[in-house]
Design a protein. Structure first.
Length: 232
């Protein structure tokens, strides 16, 4: 049936273009997913940086506390050397001991902070390495996708005139059905009968419908999904 042949020609072109659009969409989604992944990695980096800054500030404070204690100890030692009274001597001695034990405790804390900082640094450098790899991979993906999508674009633009021509040949009533159903059902509006079922929704077709389709004298629609049926 000529009406259906014309529709099929238009539908085939339409479907091909849809397919190219879908392929482009898939590729763009991949690029977007990758961008999300990288931004998640960057988000992951921020708290590490913050802990590192805190750790360094704490280390500086402890270092200056240690220096203070050292100068106090030195001062007390000087006083100790010139102490004349026993009470003064023992007071200074115990003060020195106290400061020394405080200094030891601070230095232990400082070591713990340094090892924590080192740990954070390793974490950050590992993250940076992964980030660098991901960025490299992302750039490759992006350039590949843009190249592939350009090819799809050019295929699509080459099909635009044939599509328009094919469309202009399609019977107006049939075209109206196609345009109405296509957004919901996709580009498979003219379907072949599959055994005795609609090739679109697979509902079983009544024998008289099947007979009308076989006669090829009129356009027959699926009662259930509204698609146009053909027997080939
Ligand atoms: Zn159907």
């Amino acid at each position: 049936m000529e009406i259906l042949d014309q529709l099929r020609q238009y539908q085939d072109l339409f479907a091909k273009i849809e397919l190219y659009h879908a392929e482009m969409g898939k590729r763009n989604d991949k690029v977007e997913d990758f961008e999300k992944k990288i931004s998640e990695m960057l988000t992951e980096r921020a708290p590490h940086e913050e802990r590192m800054t805190q750790g360094r500030a704490l280390a500086r404070k402890f270092e200056s506390d240690v220096a203070d204690l050292e100068s106090k100890i030195t001062k007390s030692r000087d006083q100790l050397a010139s102490a004349t009274q026993a009470s003064e001597y023992s007071g200074l001695k115990s003060q020195i001991e106290k400061h020394e034990s405080e200094k030891v405790a601070l230095e232990e804390n400082l070591l713990a902070i340094f090892s924590k900082i080192e740990e954070i640094e390793l974490g950050i450098s590992d993250l940076d390495q992964r980030l660098a790899n991901a960025k490299e991979e992302y750039l490759e993906l992006k350039s590949r996708v843009s190249k592939e999508n350009q090819e799809f674009e050019s295929e699509i633009s080459q099909l635009s005139t044939p599509l328009e021509e094919a469309r202009s040949k399609v019977d107006a009533e049939v075209l109206e059905v196609f345009d109405r159903l296509q957004p919901g059902l996709g580009s498979n509006i003219l379907v072949n009968v599959d055994g005795s079922n609609c090739g679109g929704c697979h509902v079983s077709l009544a024998p008289q419908i099947l007979e009308r389709i076989r006669q090829k004298k009129e356009v027959v629609f699926c009662n259930f999904c509204g698609r146009i049926l053909e027997c080939r």
